[in-house]
Design a protein around this ligand. Structure first.
Ligand code: GUN
Ligand code: ZN
Length: 435
């Protein structure tokens, strides 16, 4: 799949209908509830799609003015939303032997330097966006690099595909190698220019993107906070409380702050459009603050395991929690694979993640937390037709398991636990086929 060759872009008819087993959510499922009333499952139903939007949902086949795409016997879900992922880190996925701070120094920062080149940024964005779609992720909140050109490439690539994408140039003016630092004045200029050109255009939105507290001076954080205060429609993305050595370093760098989260709070970066990755080592006051601000933590299960960062307390979260791959710290763009890791993290904590809580976080939960619930994350009339069609099983083992499932949660949980991007049968963005 590639969009560099425009001939591969096959247009859907204006009005068409999709058949399959429809699954989405009408509310947030309660933790641990396997029989949640928030689940909407319509076996063998039709979605009617007109001009890229869902206009009907029904049991009966539509009349023949509708072009039919028959995915009977397949699972149909809203496209996944990955709320924290790094475009330039595809090349450092699966890098051996380090925790966060050494991993950044040894693998990540060197890889990101290459994105100073606009052509490298363009190709990187193309490969990355195609890989997201091939994993069933139709919307994402993305880190590019410090280079303005890397954010431009992501915006351009997403616009060409019609994707809902949130990104912004990374801010980092200290504790990073040459070629990977900006300064407050130039960074502010670049942000303002990118906001003017991309924020609110097509399905694009700008995120003020603070890498993390150690790589920004207090002056740069203040500038980032001022940008957010000047326009409440802007997103903010960063990392927080991921790793114990990182938390200790932040305490040294910001001795006056009450906590790591407080470094961001003091400058106005914790708000309802703030997406903070990890949040493993937050204290109770931090958690209350996130909840009161309406901010979200992007839970990054495969990254948290791979980098040995810690076990996220999901059931103890009083704030919004969405799901994220955090590639290249994470080991897969597949959100099913990340849910498999999320389940195991909770199992180690003596808890259990239901398929409903997991899939909700990857769809409707993320959409609501991003204040985009009217547009993405569900299969309701009026929403944009970002839809993925999945094989219920791939291969003999999954087929056997699927065949003996006795009720819906058992079936969907087994699917979530065994599936990955190889189960993807079709992917539509605003009604257009992407595979
Ligand atoms: N903290 C600061 N930068 C990064 C990054 O690129 N990945 C992860 N996982 N944590 C970070
Ligand atoms: Zn990250």
């Amino acid at each position: 799949m590639s969009f560099t060759n425009q001939e591969k872009f096959v247009q859907s008819p204006r009005r068409w209908a999709l058949r399959g087993d429809l699954l989405d959510f009408t509310a947030a499922p309660a933790w641990g509830d396997t029989a949640s009333p928030a689940v909407r499952f319509d076996r063998d139903h039709w979605l009617l799609i007109e001009d890229g939007r869902i206009v009907g949902r029904q049991a009966a086949a539509p009349d023949d003015t509708w072009v039919r795409k028959d995915h009977a016997g397949h699972l149909v879900l809203p496209g996944f939303i990955d709320t924290h992922v790094h475009c330039p880190q595809l090349e450092v996925i699966a890098s051996y032997g380090t925790e966060l701070l050494d991993w950044l120094k040894r693998y990540t920062f060197p890889a990101e330097c290459a994105f100073a080149d606009p052509e490298r940024s363009r190709v990187g964005a193309e490969v990355f966006l195609d890989a997201l779609l091939a994993s069933g992720t139709t919307s994402a909140v993305v880190f590019p690099t410090v280079h303005k050109t890397s954010a431009e490439a992501l915006f351009d690539g997403a616009a060409r595909r019609g994707m809902r994408l949130v990104t912004g140039k990374v801010l980092m003016d200290r504790h990073a190698p040459d070629g990977l630092r900006d300064d407050v004045v130039q960074a502010e200029r670049d942000c303002i220019d990118l906001i003017d050109r991309f924020h609110g255009r097509d399905r694009l939105a700008y995120a003020v993107t603070v890498r993390f507290a150690p790589t920004s001076t207090p002056e740069q954080l203040a500038m980032a906070g001022a940008l957010c205060r000047a326009d409440a429609s802007l997103y903010m993305q960063t990392h927080v409380a991921e790793n114990r050595a990182e938390v200790a370093w932040v305490a040294e760098l910001y001795p006056d702050a009450r906590s790591y989260l407080d470094v961001y709070e003091r400058v106005g970066l914790v708000h309802e459009r703030a997406v903070l990755a990890h949040g493993i080592w937050l204290d109770e006051a931090d958690k209350r603050l996130l909840a009161s601000r309406g901010a979200q933590v992007a839970h990054c299960p495969s990254s948290n395991l791979f980098l040995g960062s810690g076990l996220f307390d999901w059931p103890g979260a009083s704030f919004n929690v969405s799901l994220a791959s955090d590639v290249g710290g994470g080991t897969s763009l597949s959100l099913q694979r990340n849910l498999q890791d999320a389940y195991k993290i909770q199992a180690l904590r003596g808890e259990r993640l239901t398929a409903w809580a997991g899939l909700h976080a990857a769809t409707r939960g993320a959409a609501e937390a991003l204040r985009l619930g009217h547009e993405i994350g569900g299969l309701s009339v009026g929403q944009t037709a970002d839809i993925c069609v999945w094989h219920w099983s791939q291969g003999p083992v999954a087929q056997l398991r699927d065949g003996v499932a006795r009720e819906l949660h058992e079936r969907v949980f087994a699917w979530m636990t065994l599936a990955d991007e190889r189960n993807l049968a079709a992917c539509y963005v605003a009604g257009e086929p992407m595979l």
